[in-house]
Design a protein around this ligand. Structure first.
Ligand code: PLP
Length: 378
């Protein structure tokens, strides 16, 4: 049977929650399951507001749109400036680019593979020297690992720059030292490949009432509070459906268990691969207990005797899915024109990295099989 990279892991209660949603007849982007789902996300995140949406990408889009409407001076002819991680999925920055922002990308640092605060500091200084106001900074958590948010917020807070934390890949991760202040807003994804899923979905959480109120309105075609349909601004159709919220709610009950299982999977790989010359595993940064959403290895081809590509091909031939790391955004043809604060980390990681099957239902026998094939490529 095929081994997938990160398949959904059902809890057994999805049907029960779905049945409840069907019985209520709220087959709509509103309803009691959606309200319960949002209440639980709010509680888990410890934030004042949570808004459930059809995707995580929509959450990023709405947050940036809100900032453009409320923070970007209308008289400024220059485009709003956004600083974002380069080593990530395209959805982290596509909404800002599509909304007409100038995005500048920041390389990763060695300790966590996430946004380098030193390079961010250079980018902020440069923006200051150009008299450019920064609309927001978007640091992206990577494969379950939190960014160095303490350092990043420490740079942004004194300048009043909002931090929009893209935590799509790190729901369930723990900051070991509570963040104070916390990021202005955070984004989660419940896409089918995430640690828990609603099959599709996302959420925006924040203590900023104005943001979440505005985002909620924008997510429902920006309808004003009138009996008829009145629109003073234009919005989107981005709300999560009550049925998908039922699936998400069932999944949310097991989030901590799923994190523990993913960490056990990582540990299984560590035991089998850590001593092998030429292979290293993704580090866990000191400031967090990451989720190990995906286990990632780095392969030094000379020391190991095979390349990440050869390993991926051998796994594929055995019906096992693995994937190269994110190709950094500065290297994407659609984004190659963006300014990039570079010190070569993301490019090296992309060349050497390989994401291994990491599903929370993976067995010891699965791990033996995957690692047997990896070692057999030498
Ligand atoms: C870092 C990151 N940001 C944003 C997203 C977008 O989430 P969604 O697929 O729910 O739109 C994803 C994943 O899908 C992601 O990995």
């Amino acid at each position: 049977m095929r081994i997938f990279l990160s398949p959904p892991h059902q809890t057994g209660t999805e049907l029960q929650f779905l049945q409840e949603a069907l019985d209520s007849n709220y087959l709509a982007p509103t309803g009691p399951m959606l309200a319960r789902f949002e209440a639980e996300i709010r509680e888990r995140s410890g934030r004042a507001n949570a808004l459930a949406l059809n995707t995580g990408t929509s959450a990023i889009h709405l947050a940036i749109r809100h900032l453009i409407d409320h923070r970007h001076p209308r008289e400024d002819p220059r485009r709003p400036l956004v600083l974002a991680s380069s080593l990530t999925f395209v959805a982290s920055v596509a909404p800002a680019v599509q909304l007409g922002c100038e995005v500048r990308l920041i390389d990763a640092e060695h300790e966590s593979w996430t946004m380098d605060p030193v390079l961010l500091s250079h980018a902020l200084q440069e923006a200051r020297s150009e008299s450019r106001q920064v609309l927001c900074v978007v640091p992206t958590d990577l494969y379950g690992q939190r960014c160095d948010l303490k350092a990043i917020i420490g740079l942004c807070e004194p300048a009043g720059i909002p931090v929009l934390s893209d935590a799509a890949e790190a729901m369930g991760a723990k900051d070991l030292e509570p963040l104070s202040p916390r990021p202005w807003a955070e984004v989660y994804s419940f896409n089918g490949n995430k640690i828990i899923t609603a099959s599709a979905g996302g959420a925006l959480v924040s203590d900023d009432d104005l943001l979440v109120h505005h985002a909620r309105k924008l997510s429902m075609q920006a309808r004003e509070d009138f009996p008829h349909y009145e629109h003073r601004e234009l919005g989107y159709n981005y709300r999560m459906s009550n049925l998908l919220a039922a699936v998400g709610l069932a999944q949310l009950q097991k989030l901590d268990e799923r994190v523990a299982q993913r960490r056990i999977v990582f540990e299984g790989y560590r035991q089998r691969l850590a001593q092998v010359p030429g292979i290293t595993l993704m580090p866990e940064a000191a400031w967090n207990r990451c989720t190990r959403w995906l286990t990632v290895i780095l392969v030094d081809e000379d020391a190991f005797g095979a390349s990440p590509r050869e390993i991926r091909k051998a796994l594929e031939a055995a019906g096992i899915e693995s994937r190269p790391m994110w190709k950094p955004l500065h290297a994407q043809p659609a984004l190659a024109h963006l300014r990039f604060y570079d010190h070569g980390v993301a490019d090296t990681l992309f060349q050497r990295g390989l994401c291994l099957p990491s599903g929370s239902a993976l067995t010891d026998a699965n791990l033996d099989e995957v690692c047997g094939i990896i070692l057999g490529t030498r």
